[in-house]
Ligand binder design. Sequence first.
Ligand SMILES: [Fe+2]
Length: 301
Amino acid sequence: MARIIAGVGCSHVPAIGAALDNGKTEEPYWKRVFSGFVPSKQWMAETKPDVCIVVYNDHASAFSMDIVPTFALGCADEYPPADEGWGPRPVPVVKGHPGLAAHIAQSVILDEFDLTVVNKMEVDHGLTVPMNLLFGQPNPWPCPVIPLAVNVVLYPPPTGKRCFNLGKAIRKAVESYPEDLRVVIFGTGGMSHQISGQRAGLINSKFDKAFLDGLVENPKKLARKPHLEYMREAGAEGIEMVMWLIMRGALDEEVKEKYRFYTVPASNTAVGHIIMENPRAMKKKPGKKTAQKTQERLAAE
Ligand SMILES: [Fe+2]
């Protein structure tokens, strides 16, 4: 049986990707940001998940504003990096896990969450920047990824409560998949920021830190937070934080906080990051067959 072993919350600031791609990680401004992810990369290297589910939002890269699905699940074999205006990021093609993705689609849709199934898609910084922050810059990426794109760019985005409950449905789906896979789920975006309008540059550290506390201690209460509160307190783009609630909904009620990092600013955004483990699922070691299968799949690719 597959199981979700941990959740990762992580900002996906595009300038972090540009700093990586242009070799600026040692510059003092960026070193402050990247040094906060050194323990995270260590954790990920030790954790070695078989699959990651990455909840993120597309920034008009794969989907134009002609079609904006609320929840879009990637069921493809692979996802090339998108060209966001400066050419595609120099990161490896993201390999998918179509078997588990199709299973999640079936389970979640039959559970009455109407996902859009995506069989061909490019992925932008929303997905690849958190991958770099947790995995570094390997080639290829060390495990397959299932992208879940959430609309937070066009009103109305889904509510926090809907996101939290979708996370629960994803967990149920993962736990009914017969292969013994250890899955890490990412919630990305945020934290507080606003990129245009009179309040451009807004950052609200107090709100962000309370959000991180709430994720660990009282996610049900956090899930009731209305859109207007995100907009007012965390800026127009702070609404991206509802995606973290999908990740949190997929975890145990009681989680073990392993690591947290917060710094401002990176570009015009607050950077927040948290790692929470499901203690029981984390303890169980992967079966030999699963480890071997993962190796064989990566070798074949
Ligand atoms: Fe974003």
